[in-house]
Design a binder for this molecule. Structure first.
Ligand SMILES: Cc1cc2nc3c(=O)[nH]c(=O)nc-3n(C[C@H](O)[C@H](O)[C@H](O)COP(=O)(O)OP(=O)(O)OC[C@H]3O[C@@H](n4cnc5c(N)ncnc54)[C@H](O)[C@@H]3O)c2cc1C
Length: 347
């Protein structure tokens, strides 16, 4: 009988999004024998508005050529008012997710990381990952970094109960005004909001809602009606949608770790998750390298998520009166002292 020996990796990372690639980078620098498995044939095939904040930039200093717009101006709209905020230093950077993937993957060159594309993990059995095409690899540590539909999370029997659904059109546009626009419209988007993010030759127009609170079809209908009212012509652009998990249950389960959205670390209010993915990917790698490691960066990240969560709860508690709250918020945003406090806290 032929005996085929299986290579044992120190760490296997499932998924090559911001979390998985960051985790691989830190482990690779420490000389760990790492395998990163990505189901697609290229990185960054993820529906996203492509907005990074200063917090993302601190974890992933991104070279200038990868940045599409440095945003210094935001407009927030409610039904009756508009508040504009202009800051001298950019507070948001728009990027193309595929290019972000190319940049992060480039950082793995010359490190002890094997990257295998077209490698769809379908099952975890004992200390092995099993791929759709039958390949098997053995690990000492396993990191689930494969986003919302995480196989590793399913293996841990951690159901995702708290989620949003994001809907988005990417509309081609030759000239784009580099302004971030946010629309607080409780009649259509309830506690959540719609956005316009400027990109190099397009705009990302989207919205998100909790499907438990608003029926999926109703959100789409409201979004389409809102686009018509705003005179936004989507042309031939296709409506795309993707769930966002904010059901955090922990990072470490023995020799198995979860990061990014697999861990449910996105914000249930803004839907942002790249910062959380980068931080958790980086910090999980440090936890694998040093079992005594305590992470300040993770505390900061959880704190940020908690603040956003409280804002969401506040908007939710106001129920049918949240429109009044939004108007009051914009009234305050049009006052310099309040705007400065918000900018200092969040931007
Ligand atoms: C409409 C929308 C707009 C958004 N806009 C923003 C924004 O502007 N800013 C922001 O910060 N966040 C935004 N987000 C959230 C953000 O995109 C995610 O939170 C973030 O990408 C999570 O990163 P991740 O690395 O955890 O997972 P992902 O980015 O989802 O990466 C997971 C990777 O794993 C791979 N994979 C999945 N399953 C398997 C498998 N079984 N085997 C192998 N590989 C697998 C996938 O192909 C993918 O490459 C948005 C989300 C949506 C839906």
């Amino acid at each position: 009988m032929a005996f085929v020996s299986m290579e044992v990796y120190d760490v296997i990372i499932v998924g090559g999004g911001p979390a998985g690639l960051k985790c691989a980078e830190v482990l690779g620098h420490a000389g760990k024998h790492v395998l990163l498995l990505e189901k697609n044939n290229c990185f960054g095939q993820k529906l996203c508005a492509g907005g990074l904040t200063m917090k993302d930039m601190e974890v992933l200093p991104l070279p200038g050529e990868f940045i599409e717009h440095r945003i210094t101006k935001a407009s927030i709209h409610s039904k009756l008012q508009k508040a504009e905020t202009i800051i001298s230093d950019p507070f948001l950077f728009t990027i193309n997710r595929k290019e972000l993937g190319i940049y992060q993957a480039g950082l793995l060159k010359d490190l002890s990381v094997d990257v295998k594309m077209n490698s769809h993990v379908t099952e975890i059995r004992q200390n092995k990952v099993i791929l759709k095409d039958g390949r098997e690899y053995e690990f000492k540590f396993l990191v689930g970094a494969e986003g919302y539909s995480s196989v590793v999370r399913k293996h841990l029997k951690l159901e995702v109960k708290k989620r949003l659904i994001g809907f988005q059109y990417t509309i081609p546009m030759p000239e784009v005004d580099p302004v971030l626009e946010i629309f607080l419209d409780p009649g259509n988007f309830y506690t959540w909001y719609a956005w316009i993010f400027p990109h190099r030759n397009s705009i990302a127009v989207g919205c998100c809602c909790d499907p438990k609170r608003v029926n999926h079809r109703k959100i789409i209908r409201n979004f389409q009606n809102w686009l018509i009212r705003k005179n936004i012509d989507v042309g031939n652009a296709k409506l795309e949608s993707c769930p966002i998990s904010y059901d955090f249950k922990g990072l470490q389960f023995g020799n198995i770790f979860l990061t990014g959205e697999a861990a449910g670390l996105a914000s249930g209010f803004t839907g942002e998750g790249i910062y959380q993915a980068l931080v958790s990917g980086q910090e999980v790698a440090k936890m694998i390298l040093d079992t005594q490691y305590t992470s300040h960066a993770l505390d900061q990240m959880h704190k940020y998520n908690r603040v956003l969560h409280r804002v969401m709860l506040l908007f939710r508690i106001f129920g049918p009166f949240r429109g009044l709250l939004f108007e009051f918020f914009l009234f305050l945003m049009n006052r310099k002292w309040f705007r400065n406090r918000i900018n200092a806290r969040f931007l």
